[in-house]
Design a protein around this ligand. Structure first.
Ligand SMILES: Nc1ncnc2c1ncn2[C@@H]1O[C@H](COP(=O)(O)OP(=O)(O)O)[C@@H](O)[C@H]1O
Ligand SMILES: [Mg+2]
Length: 331
């Protein structure tokens, strides 16, 4: 196997809070292969955005990395000095966030900002503009002159997200990180952005880390899926395996609770009355100032046995490139 673009191992991150340290990531391991689209799913609050901030070196002031390693193309990022990290954010790593408005300065035109983003390219302004126009064509932005002259507030959310993706790609990143990039968009725009991400990977070979709580989007876009729960990876594997043969009880419950399933049930004639409520997973996410001693999911797991509450389960192979951390499935 070629060297992965991103390799995270044993990552521990805590936030200092009034109630003591919030142990938000506890031993996270994950890999993104070259040219691969990897999805991260998990309920809100499970640590997805914290993980991304740790990769980008943009953790909040009260956060501390307590151990582990984050390597981009073999290079350790956790002990990189801030200037080198900043250079990398303009070069090797790019982020597309949930709110594209926050990614732009409201008082500068789109053209000016996308020109500035290429400060490291060392090419004349006219050539930078030419690259932007080409990139706009690739992400389906017609009428580039008008968009370049516009201020961020003059563009719709969907258009601005396209511009944000174009801006990210202008730096030719080794890894594009998209944190809930379609959450603020309607379903039609979401489908367009997902197509765009896949096409971008197919054409440029950029690796993508795609974070979403929308399982349907992940199923349609990603090659591999990482399932996170309460700051840990509970299952990881090829997308078809995860959705067709989910092994961890949390993954199974997450899929069963996805509104997409309800839409499917509602669309089947004669089944309308069967289930219209949104099945939720009973119980609540554990308090991470005092994480469970055993399996993090045990307090909500219908299959938990006594030892699940006392011993953390090891992550073991359950199929080719498919791992899960559950006592019940590991002998
Ligand atoms: N700066 C912070 N200080 C304290 N707690 C935080 C901070 N940022 C996030 N958290 C908490 O950390 C947990 C994980 O948050 P986050 O990484 O944003 O999860 P996700 O992106 O999966 O929703 C949540 O409980 C959140 O409230
Ligand atoms: Mg988040």
């Amino acid at each position: 196997m070629t060297q992965p673009v991103l390799e995270i191992s044993g990552l521990h991150v805590s936030y200092a809070t009034d109630r003591g340290p919030l142990r938000v990531l506890r031993g996270v391991d994950l890999c993104v292969g070259r040219g691969e689209i990897t999805g991260i799913v998990g309920e809100s609050g499970c640590g997805k955005s914290t993980l991304i901030a740790a990769i980008l070196g943009l953790l909040a002031g009260n956060a501390g990395v307590e151990g582990g390693s984050v390597r981009l193309a073999g290079r350790e990022l956790l002990d990189l000095p801030e200037p080198a990290m900043r250079a990398l954010r303009g070069d090797g790593l790019a982020l597309v966030s949930q709110n594209p408005m926050a990614a732009f300065n409201p008082v500068l035109t789109i053209g000016r900002q996308l020109t500035d983003f290429q400060y490291r390219a060392g090419i004349p302004a006219a050539q930078k503009r030419q690259r932007i126009v080409e990139m706009f064509g690739r992400v389906g932005i017609v009428d580039p002159d008008r968009r370049l002259a516009a201020y961020p507030g003059q563009l719709s959310g969907g258009m601005l997200q396209r511009v944000a993706i174009a801006a990210a790609l202008l730096t030719r990143p080794a890894l594009l990180i998209a944190d809930e990039p379609t959450t603020a968009l309607d379903v039609t725009l979401e489908a367009q952005i997902l197509r765009l991400l896949r096409q971008t990977r197919d054409e440029t070979g950029t690796s993508i880390l795609f974070i979403s709580h929308h399982l349907g989007a992940v199923a349609g876009l990603c090659d591999r899926v990482i399932v996170m729960y309460a700051g840990t990876v509970v299952e990881a594997g090829p997308v078809a395996e995860i959705f067709a043969r989910p092994r961890h009880p949390y993954t199974r419950r997450l899929i069963a609770a996805d509104p997409g399933h309800l839409a499917i049930a509602a669309a089947v004639p004669g089944r309308e009355g069967i289930r219209t409520d949104l099945p939720t997973i009973p119980g609540r996410v554990p308090d991470l100032t005092d994480p469970p001693r055993g399996c993090v999911f045990a307090p909500r797991c219908l299959e938990a046995e006594a030892h699940c509450h006392t011993l953390p389960p090891p992550s073991g192979a359950v199929g080719p490139a498919h791992r899960a951390a559950c006592h019940r499935i590991m002998p």
